[in-house]
Each structure stands twice: as structure tokens, then as C-alpha cells.
Design a binder for this molecule. Structure first.
Ligand SMILES: Cc1cc2nc3c(=O)[nH]c(=O)nc-3n(C[C@H](O)[C@H](O)[C@H](O)COP(=O)(O)OP(=O)(O)OC[C@H]3O[C@@H](n4cnc5c(N)ncnc54)[C@H](O)[C@@H]3O)c2cc1C
Length: 429
């Protein structure tokens, strides 16, 4: 069976996988209470939380567990939602913003609890630094830290001058924010650990089992190339790889590609200089740069996007060009790995949760904030399937507009928008 399985794309993460899990392809017919489609964090967390509630679960993954964004991302597990609380208050009112904040805090706690409970080794560390290149962004950071303290009792420290230089290991930034509630981890080892946990709870996992469609009679028949699952509930957890499987949802997201490199291991002195507190970090650019040290002391740096089906031919140079202006001291460092992945963004950069029929649930479009929110999505879906949808509905009632032009014409609008914001990134102050 393993010989039929697709290979994982080459990356620092696949080179440092700490367990090898090979699951068979689905063949023939089977029955389950719930069929989960997709083996990333959304699908795995749904499967775990459903199995814990006593449901029988089959999970179908088109490629390999963690093959999608969940096995390729920056590993940043940031507290809160993708949008700032000030934006959420303005858009949805103070009470709803508070509910969203509480869920955003619980999301990181859920990741931590799963890691602890199932003994998942995935280089979990704490702390996150945000950095600004423009004075306008730095001014916003200062204001935001005060707002979070006075309205949410959440401590973030505003940084500048020597302190900022110490935390960031460079003198290019003019303002920063640091907090210790966020975390970072090895994303693929986290996904594989979740799969092992799901298996231990009786979830039947199938890889190399791309779902080609499902019907709407009860129980729902979910079909893959060589088999079918009859299930009372379906969970759609395909995110940026959804393609045409569910046209009613596809227009709510825009798949886009993001890229990461990892240098050779740095000396201890270099590591201490670049990132003395071993935190994850990201900047305030619209096309965001994000970085951290790996468990074995490499600089892992992500940045740059494209919106086509193809990745750049030389990902290492594509991303290195974004890293060197921030960390010129890394010019001599060899780049050992470069890879890309596909994520899904929504129009308002908040995830899209919902139900299609009363028994088909979906959560996708985490907009680069899915390590924790996709994990939480699985927990909320399991609650909703079990009959308590209150918390799922806090997420589901966030409006999730369809991209203008739907799946066919969304590209030109997106590309124009991205160029505009990329230009703004380059303009000072
Ligand atoms: C380069 C990169 C960097 C990122 N950095 C961060 C970060 O630092 N922090 C953060 O919070 N988020 C980050 N993200 C986003 C984060 O990785 C995602 O939000 C999260 O992994 C989404 O999980 P998911 O399970 O919904 O989707 P995925 O992990 O993409 O999983 C979807 C799965 O569905 C499967 N699938 C699709 N169609 C079918 C089908 N028809 N049948 C069966 N299976 C199917 C796919 O093969 C895939 O494995 C990043 C993403 C990328 C690409």
C-alpha cells in the first residue's frame, strides 16, 4: 500500500517528520456516523472531537495526512482572530467581538491541550513578536496594546529602540509588540500527532482517497475513486484545496500560494542574536513576512505569494530576497529548503463556517490563521453535530461574502487588489 501513496512535497518539515503514518486507500463500501473530507487540522480535529463524543468517524484524505497547508505552514499559533479586536468591534459590535476574542484565546489553548493530552512532540514554544517598518503601523501597535489591556485585560508590550532591537535581532523596525500567550510549533509533526490521536480513538483514516462527490439523500453517500462511505453527517475540511467539490462554498474563498525557506542550522550565537527569546515573529506588511527558529536552530522565513496554479521555479531565491533586507546578517547562510503551500483567504479575512444542509458542515478560509482556528473549528463542529451549535454559530454568523465573479472571475479582482496592497507595502510611512 505505501508504494501507492503520494509523496509529501520536500520541505524542512518532511525532512524532520518524527513519525511515519501510512493509511490505506478506501476500497468498497463502509458506514459511519460522520464522514470527514480532508486530513488537515480542520478534519483531524473534527475527527478527534467527534470520536470523543462517541461518533463513528471515517476520514478521507486525497493525498497524505497533513499534505495540505497543515503540513507546510509557518507554525505560528497566534492568540485571537486573524483580524484585530478593534476591527471586529467596529464590524460586529463589542459583545460579538468579545465572543470572538474568547474563541480566539480558546483556540490556542485547544492546540496546547491536544499536544499535552496526546503527547505530541512538535517543538511547541511560546511567544510572538510583531514588527513594524512604518511609523504609522508602529503608532497603531502602541494604541492596540493599550486597547487590549483596558478592554480585554490582555497584556502585550509595545517595544521600540534598544528593546525592539534585542527582541527582533535587527535594527530595521521602528516599533513592535510582544506577548507570551501565542505559541509556535512544527506544523507537520503536530498534524501527524493529531492523526495518531484520532486513530487511537477509533477514527478510520484513509489516504489517497480523493472524494469525487457526495449526494444529498440520507444517509449521504460520499464517493471516492474506489469506495463509498454512507454517513449521517459530512464535514468538509478541504480549505484551499477544495476546488470543485462543493460549488456552493468555493466562491467564498480564494486559494493562494505562500512560500517558506529554511537556512542551514545557525550557530548558537547567531540564534541568540536573531531571536534571543525563541519566539515566532511577523511584520505588519499586507503580504506578510513571518519567521522563527526551528527546533534545530535554522531561520525559517516565510513571505511572498502568488495566485496561479504554479509555484515560482526558484522558491529559495524568491523568499531569500524578502528575508535579507530584514536580516542582512544571514546573507552568508546557505538556504537548505524552500517550499510552498496553498491556503485559502476570504473577502473579510475571517474564516467561513457554515452548514449546507442541516448535516453538511464546513469550515475554511482561515486566511493564514489556521493553526489554531482550524483546530478550534473541529471542536466547534463536533459540538454542533452533537446538538449544541451556539459557539459554532458565533463563527458561522460572521458574514462570508462570495468573491465578486465567484470561482470563475475572482482572480483578476484579487490580483489587482494584491498589487495595490503590495505597492502600499513598499511606500514608506
Ligand atoms: C505557506 C503557508 C504558511 C502558513 N502559515 C501559517 C501560520 O504561520 N500560522 C497559521 O495559523 N496559519 C498559517 N497558514 C494557514 C494554515 O496552514 C491553514 O489555515 C490550515 O492549515 C488549514 O487547515 P485545513 O485542515 O483547513 O486545510 P489543509 O491543511 O489545507 O487541509 C485540507 C486537506 O483536504 C484535502 N482535500 C482536498 N480536497 C479533497 C477531496 N476532494 N477529498 C479528500 N481530501 C481532500 C487536501 O489534500 C488537504 O490535505 C499557512 C499556510 C501556508 C500555505
Amino acid at each position: 500500500m505505501p508504494s501507492q501513496l503520494a509523496a509529501y512535497p520536500e520541505s524542512y518539515y518532511t525532512a524532520t517528520m518524527n513519525r511515519r503514518l501510512d493509511f490505506p486507500a478506501l476500497q468498497g463500501e463502509t458506514r459511519a456516523d460522520v464522514c470527514v473530507i480532508g486530513g488537515g487540522y480542520t478534519g483531524l480535529s473534527s475527527a478527534i472531537h467527534l470520536a470523543e463524543r462517541g461518533y463513528s468517524v471515517v476520514l478521507l484524505e486525497a493525498e497524505r495526512i497533513g499534505w495540505g497547508a497543515s503540513g507546510r505552514n509557518g507554525g505560528q499559533c497566534s492568540v485571537g482572530q486573524r483580524k484585530g479586536q478593534d476591527d471586529l468591534e467596529e464590524a460586529y459590535g463589542k459583545e460579538e467581538a468579545q465572543r470572538l476574542w474568547d474563541l480566539g484565546v480558546e483556540a490556542v489553548a485547544t492546540v496546547r491541550q491536544l499536544i499535552e493530552r496526546f503527547n505530541i512532540e512538535c517543538d511547541l514554544k511560546r511567544g510572538c513578536l510583531q514588527t513594524a517598518l512604518k511609523r504609522s503601523d508602529a503608532a497603531w501597535y502602541r494604541q492596540y496594546a493599550e486597547h487590549m489591556h483596558s478592554h480585554y485585560g490582555f497584556e502585550m508590550r509595545y517595544l521600540e529602540g534598544a528593546e525592539l532591537e534585542y527582541f527582533s535581532g535587527t535594527d530595521v523596525f521602528c516599533g513592535g509588540l510582544v506577548e507570551y500567550a501565542s505559541a509556535h510549533l512544527h506544523p507537520l509533526n503536530y498534524a501527524l500527532g493529531l492523526a495518531e490521536a484520532a486513530r487511537s480513538l477509533g477514527v478510520r483514516i484513509f489516504e489517497n482517497s480523493r472524494v469525487t462527490g457526495y449526494d444529498r439523500v440520507k444517509p449521504t453517500r460520499v464517493s471516492s475513486r474506489e469506495g463509498s462511505v454512507y454517513a449521517d453527517y459530512v464535514v468538509l475540511a478541504c480549505n484551499g484545496y477544495l476546488e470543485r467539490l462543493e460549488p456552493r462554498v468555493a466562491g467564498k474563498i480564494m486559494p493562494l500560494n505562500n512560500f517558506i525557506i529554511a537556512t542551514e542550522p545557525l550557530s548558537e550565537e547567531q540564534q541568540r542574536q536573531i531571536n534571543p527569546e525563541d519566539m515566532c515573529a511577523y511584520d505588519a506588511k499586507f503580504v506578510v513576512n513571518f519567521w522563527k527558529l526551528t527546533g534545530d536552530g535554522r531561520m525559517l522565513f516565510g513571505g511572498g505569494e502568488n495566485y496561479t496554479r504554479r509555484f515560482p521555479s526558484d522558491i529559495k531565491s524568491f523568499v531569500r530576497k524578502r528575508m535579507l533586507p530584514l536580516y542582512p546578517q544571514l546573507a552568508p547562510a546557505r538556504i537548505d529548503y524552500g517550499w510552498g503551500g496553498t491556503l485559502a483567504v476570504t473577502m473579510n479575512r475571517m474564516p467561513s463556517f457554515g452548514r449546507l444542509e442541516p448535516d453538511v458542515y464546513y469550515a475554511l478560509g482561515f486566511s493564514g490563521h489556521g493553526v489554531q482556528m482550524a483546530t478550534l473549528a473541529g471542536k466547534l463542529i463536533a459540538e454542533a453535530v452533537a446538538g449544541t451549535a451556539e459557539r459554532f454559530d458565533v463563527m458561522a454568523r460572521i458574514p462570508s461574502p462570495t468573491f465578486p465573479g465567484g470561482t470563475l472571475l475572482r482572480w483578476p479582482g484579487l490580483v489587482a487588489g494584491m498589487f495595490y496592497h503590495a505597492l502600499k507595502d513598499r511606500i514608506g510611512d
